[in-house]
Design a protein around this ligand. Sequence first.
Ligand code: PLP
Length: 551
Amino acid sequence: MTTSIKTLGSDMSGIGALSPFELKDRLIKAAGESAVERPANLAMLNAGRGNPNFLATLPRHGFWQLGLFAMRESERTFAHLHTGVGGFPKKEGIEDRFEIFARENQNVRGVDFLCAAVSYVRDQLALNVDEFLYEMCEGILASNYPVPDRMLCLSEIIVGHYLRREMVGEHPFVGEFDIFAVEGGTAAMTYIFNTLRENYLLNKGDTIALGTPIFTPYIEIPHLRDYQLNVVEINADVESGWQYSKKELDKLRDPQVKAFFVVNPSNPPSVRIDNESLRYIAQIVQDRPDLILVTDDVYGTFAENFVSLFALCPRNTILVYSYSKHFGATGWRLGTIAAHQDNVLDHRIAQLLPVKKRELNERYKSITTDPEHLKFIDRLVADSRTVALNHTSGLSTPQQIQMVLFSLFALMDTTDTYKNTLRQLIRRRKQALYTEIGVRFDASDSNAVDYYTVIDLEYLGKRAYGQPFVDWLFTNTQPSELLFRLAAEAKVVVLPGRGFGTPHHSGRVSLANLNESDYARIGRAIRRLLADYVERYNLATGQELDPNKVL
Ligand SMILES: *Cc1c(COP(=O)(O)O)cnc(C)c1O
């Protein structure tokens, strides 16, 4: 089996210049059109997708049942017209009417969930149930613009409890934070970069630090003409379980570095920052009280006892969270931006030069009579709709309602049943993958999150066969050749680690998107490929390495 790269049925020219997402498309094409013989109707396995193949059902049942109740509320008004015209829900007596609805629909999935949610909101969160049900019904009927625009009132409180539980946990946390509900983590990133720039907190030519490897957009956005930022990489190292060393983190001490963008737990290594490093970053922030941290904690719920940088450095940190991954809800577009009410962003805006402050007051004067004291988070809201359309900003209200129901679902799951089920699901997939590759792997790393796994050929190859083999492999293969062979020969698509800023030859396998047997097939395909290169190496060099050695 010595397939030459030319027989792969896909043009390899210019591969090096492709972005990882373009490369992914080429890999999918190669998996589809390959001329290499293989069992007919072998399905393509795309392990490049971060989109999970599981989803939370109960809070969705709750959403649909709440929708039915809200319709009943609406149709109480204008009922005499019989023309399909309804009105707004009424707050007065809504709890009593909900109880009647719940009794009539006993044993219907989702209704029990709503009853539990009402009880939780009243008894655990001490909120007024009439007001809660009214906000939920009005929101799900979507008959008003989102008011307040940043986030609906009780929704913000409930989502706040959820973020506290998942992102802060047992860590002490003093004071309150504000939340802006946004269209997923993606929108959060877009808005944050933009408002930091509009408010002169990041200027062209400024330096930011990125915790690498990192989700590709964080690498690409700083280079856009809009931003033109210099980037310092804080590199996590595969040899140390993908943690940031103190030496790397010390780069944040440079006063040139204005902000540190980090994904925690990381993507693609899928490892949370360990407690020692978190404390070390907090120590650096003490010495650099002006440093802005942006932490994207989309995968926080997949880690054990997760603690966000937001908990350790609340004044300096903008927290990005998304419901996409944990609840299997990428299509809903649900995310949040949170900032402590006492934060360095507002402080630094207050310290801008008078000429800049005047310009910003001009920018935001249509929103408030006191634009100078408009909080950073409210500037985010305004900028998200080019200021002039601020009155129609905010996440659509049904989205906010589903976000609340997801949050309540997690808050009520005191035994972490859903969370543990997901963890087991993805860990078993990882086990299946690595068993078939023939790798002994350390399952004891409590910081490993395993939503993705990076197969680092350089690291594994060196461990099993030594540096000369690795050197030979990379001088005798083209960039991405291995990924193309995986696609063409085994119909397995894996994303290149290079696109995420990994220094080594590696591929990112998402453990979220396929089933256990698929990961076993991917593992076998990777092993066959590696064994093939070992055989070739033996032929070329006269060595006798064992192609089936455990790595
Ligand atoms: C998937 C992902 C996102 C995207 O979140 P959406 O809410 O789906 O927009 C953001 N950040 C990271 C690191 C991700 O992996």
